[in-house]
Design a protein around this ligand. Structure first.
Ligand SMILES: [Zn+2]
Length: 114
């Protein structure tokens, strides 16, 4: 099912980087107002961006300069955040919803392999 969210997420990135033209920003704002999923993604990306700005000693920067912040670093952080979220989900599942500690160990191994 393609619902266009990937495209909106790209536009959110462009908006945060300050490179999205006004008509698209307006369309994006309209979509986000009606779409909790994209609204949530926008909030997490803004928070991620804000923490990068703080980490680079520019807590009040309008946008994180891409020359300062290598794309590779951003991808690694995003992947790490995703992995932490996955791991937390697995741990919660193994602890409260899974059949036992054996599952936890195998889940961990699966995550490490990937
Ligand atoms: Zn959406």
């Amino acid at each position: 099912m393609t619902d266009g969210h990937e495209e909106w997420l790209r536009q959110i990135d462009a908006e945060i980087a300050g490179t999205l033209p006004l008509p698209q920003r307006a369309a994006l704002a309209r979509h986000v107002a009606a779409c909790p999923r994209c609204a949530g993604a926008r909030v997490s990306r803004l928070e991620l961006e804000a923490s990068f700005a703080r980490a680079h000693g520019e807590p009040h920067a309008l946008a994180v300069r891409r020359s300062v912040l290598r794309g590779r670093t951003l991808v690694r952080w995003a992947a790490m955040a995703l992995l932490v979220g996955l791991l937390a989900g697995w741990l919660a599942h193994a602890r409260w919803g899974g059949p036992g500690p054996g599952t936890l160990e195998s889940s961990r191994a699966t995550i490490l392999v990937h």
